[in-house]
Design a binder for this molecule. Structure first.
Ligand SMILES: C[S@@+](CC[C@H](N)C(=O)[O-])C[C@H]1O[C@@H](n2cnc3c(N)ncnc32)[C@H](O)[C@@H]1O
Length: 262
């Protein structure tokens, strides 16, 4: 990141190692907590250096029953460093059960069951939206949802007559259903492409947008950036085999540039 021009990146969307002992190819996910937190502060400073003053850092963090406070510890460490302000907290909901209008129980999404007499299954993670001053403008309607009761469109002046309201901070994003883990998800900790895509759209898409992921994995954020037709994407990844897969995933897509009539 030190080789990049200062203040040149609009959006960072990333999921760092969580220090939960995950078996990555190259990276050892088992640092002492203090060392891990110091390392995280050092890369968050590097991100701030390259981020524009009105930029966004979407930081996806999860936990485990054995280390339930790690996302909060990391968030507080970054906030204590005073380079970022917490502008929004989004909950990434991986699986949920709701009662539909007919009174039926409806379960959607996927989760890894925990066999425990103490802990409930873990069906969510955090996306902390960190910004340099807390006043980065966002495009709420770009990831908005339609009004359930259409009468609200004319009732509220702020709708401007549009059938789109803010989605709020609970984002239900299920993992894609896969047949074969090794082939279809050959990395132990990916996020679904829809997650970085919604983050980029929430920040606001523009053809000259520069998006970065310092922990690229197999390239979910790169694919999202291509789908959003951003101007430039920059990624970093320690493990060469993940980089090769990221390149494969990105090149599977036809890149349609904004000024391309096709
Ligand atoms: C949680 S995973 C990211 C997965 C990614 N979001 C995806 O969907 O494919 C974190 C990644 O960070 C990588 N990593 C760890 N330390 C790194 C470093 N110093 N520089 C670049 N990548 C690193 C790991 O190899 C791992 O692939």
């Amino acid at each position: 990141m030190a080789s990049l021009e200062k203040g040149s990146v609009d959006v960072v969307v990333t999921s760092p190692p969580y220090n939960l002992g995950i078996n990555y190819g190259t990276y050892m996910d088992t640092l002492e907590q203090a060392e891990y937190l110091n390392w995280c502060v050092s890369w968050s400073r590097s991100i701030r250096d390259v981020l524009k003053d009105q930029g966004s850092l979407f930081l996806n963090l999860g936990s485990s029953p054995s280390n339930p406070t790690i996302p909060h510890a990391l968030l507080f460490q970054i906030l204590k460093d005073e380079k970022f302000v917490l502008q929004n907290t989004i909950h990434w909901i991986k699986a949920i059960t709701v009662i539909d209008d007919a009174g039926h129980e409806l379960s959607k999404g996927h989760f890894k069951p925990i066999n425990s007499e103490r802990f409930v299954n873990d069906c969510h993670e955090y996306i902390f939206h960190l910004t340099p001053t807390g006043s980065t403008p966002i495009d709420r309607r770009a990831v908005g949802v339609e009004y359930k009761h259409k009468s609200n469109i004319s009732r509220w002046e702020h709708t401007d007559g549009m059938d789109k309201r803010c989605r709020g901070n609970t984002w239900f994003i299920p993992y894609e259903t896969i047949q074969c883990r090794d082939k279809d998800r050959p990395h132990p900790a990916t996020f679904p492409i829809a997650l970085p895509e919604q983050c980029i759209r929430l920040h606001g898409c523009r053809p000259d947008l520069v998006v970065m992921d310092p922990f690229l994995g197999i390239g979910s954020s790169w694919v999202a950036a291509i789908r959003c037709k951003v101007g430039r994407f920059i990624g970093f990844e320690l493990d060469k085999s993940y980089v090769a897969l990221a390149r494969e995933h990105a090149s599977d897509l036809t890149i349609v540039w904004p000024d391309d009539s096709n």
